[in-house]
Design a protein around this ligand. Structure first.
Ligand SMILES: *Cc1c(COP(=O)(O)O)cnc(C)c1O
Length: 442
């Protein structure tokens, strides 16, 4: 009876829901799991089976499902103000959130512009950069630079600065070409090279491009420290320092996409703090609402804001989304920031990270594994000689072991919520090893 219930949900979903980032035919063999409820790090299906959400439901969940503190804040907000438009009106949650985020940047990025999803934040940063230069009379600055393997979202503008062939190639004719520069991915170190050497080499590529045509470039967009969607490619923070200096020297904006790496994921609240630099624009989304509600924003400097401040309406930034600054989403974000402060989350995560890294040593040493790497609350390794369907088979094997994990190609990664206890950490490491061995054995 229960089981029929579960398969009925699967059938109905496959008939009516077009699932994201999915070749729907694969669901003839890959399981689709109807989630009935979530609690802490676990998702439960209709048969009561549970799955440890080891990838934070696509990197958004920070403090677990059904978090009591975030739930309480949202229930209160629901009875106060669910939504109001943000043009001509403002409200307490959006003001408090903007002030708190500004403070986290030492008020360097003191102006926050809101949207709902990550791709929209990227669109906003690109448009703002171009428009800021235009308002300064630099109308030739129309091009954008991105990194090899970059991922900044799926809308037409964001896809143009994305370099993942699988997502981009079909839409090539629709996209405005961007300049692509070398990735500082530390795995590209040649014999005797350090990660810092790779960073210097990649920064030199940026300088070559800026020397040629900085007068036509508005901005370079970078996902700092970890290029997540391309397979958790990690780089030395030196790269960000070098590019920041080049952007200053050649008058190019630096956009940092911290949609995945922000909110403590790499060990500091903003990834760029580890390089000791601030960009001209930072994009946040995913974890900022604790994984509860769609919310994204772009934070920028006062000089950029001032470039739009005028009696002329057309010099203003006339961009909007219907749900811009939604009070419920902002309130979830405020509750999330409160947990960071109350629980000293960044310090607690350092201990959790060390424990999980130690527990994953059998995989780090595994003869079928290379490039085991870790940054903050992100772990990744590459399977040697993985078959083309490795990722799908790993996912299917993982669900049999109470795990939600989706490798990227042959890269297995963990991006768990920040609330795992010692038993969950030990279980996660042990199950990942079992699932890896079973998947590799075919
Ligand atoms: C997920 C992601 C995006 C896009 O965010 P959406 O909310 O999926 O549109 C952009 N950049 C990075 C680095 C991401 O990880």
């Amino acid at each position: 009876m229960e089981s029929n219930h579960q398969s009925a949900w699967v059938t109905r979903s496959l008939h009516s829901v077009w699932h994201p980032c999915t070749q729907m035919q694969h669901h003839e063999t890959v399981p689709l799991i109807p989630v009935r409820r979530g609690q802490g790090a676990w998702l439960y299906d209709h048969e009561g089976r549970r799955y440890l959400d080891a990838i934070s439901s696509w990197w958004v969940n920070l403090f677990g499902h059904a978090n009591p503190r975030i739930n309480a804040a949202l229930k209160d907000q629901l009875d106060t103000l669910e939504h109001a438009m943000l043009a001509g009106f403002t409200h307490e949650p959006v003001i408090e959130l903007s002030e708190k985020l500004s403070a986290l940047t030492g008020h360097v990025l003191g102006h926050s512009f809101y949207a709902s999803d990550g791709a929209s934040a990227v669109e906003i940063a690109l448009k703002m950069s171009f428009h800021a230069w235009r308002n300064h009379g630099k109308t030739d600055k129309q091009e954008f630079v991105c990194l090899q393997g970059s991922y900044h979202g799926e809308t037409i503008g964001a896809l143009a600065v994305t370099d993942v062939a699988l997502f981009k190639d079909a839409y090539g004719p629709l996209l405005r070409a961007a300049q692509t520069v070398l990735s500082p991915d530390a795995r590209q170190a040649r014999d005797g090279e350090t990660a810092a050497d790779v960073a210097r080499r990649a920064a030199a590529d940026v300088e070559r491009l800026f020397q040629q045509k900085a007068d036509r470039i508005a901005a370079i967009i970078i996902e700092p420290l970890v290029q997540c969607a391309t397979g958790m490619a990690m780089h030395d923070p030196l790269y960000l320092q070098l590019v920041r200096a080049l952007c200053d020297r050649y008058a190019v904006h630096l956009i940092l996409d911290e949609i995945a790496v922000g909110c403590g994921r790499t060990g500091t609240f903003f990834a760029c703090e580890q390089a000791g630099i601030w960009p001209d624009f930072v994009c946040l989304s995913k974890g900022i609402s604790g994984g509860y509600l769609p919310l994204s924003l772009v934070m920028t400097r006062d000089d950029i804001y001032q470039a739009f401040y005028s009696s002329d309406v057309r010099r203003g930034f006339l961009h909007s989304h219907s749900y811009t600054g939604n009070p419920l989403a902002c309130r979830a974000a405020l509750a999330t920031l409160q947990i960071f402060a109350d629980d000293d989350v960044l310090a607690a995560n350092r201990i959790k990270a060390a424990t999980l890294t130690a527990a994953l040593q059998p995989l780090a040493q595994h003869r079928q594994v290379r490039n085991f790497r870790q940054q903050g609350m992100i772990w990744a390794f590459d399977a040697i000689d993985a078959t083309p369907d490795f990722s799908r088979r790993f996912f299917a094997t993982a669900v049999e072991h109470e795990l939600l994990m989706r490798p990227i190609g042959s890269t297995v990664y963990l991006m768990p919520p920040y609330i795992l206890d010692d038993a969950e950490i030990a279980g996660l490491a042990a199950s990942t090893l079992t699932v890896f061995d079973q998947t590799m054995a075919g």
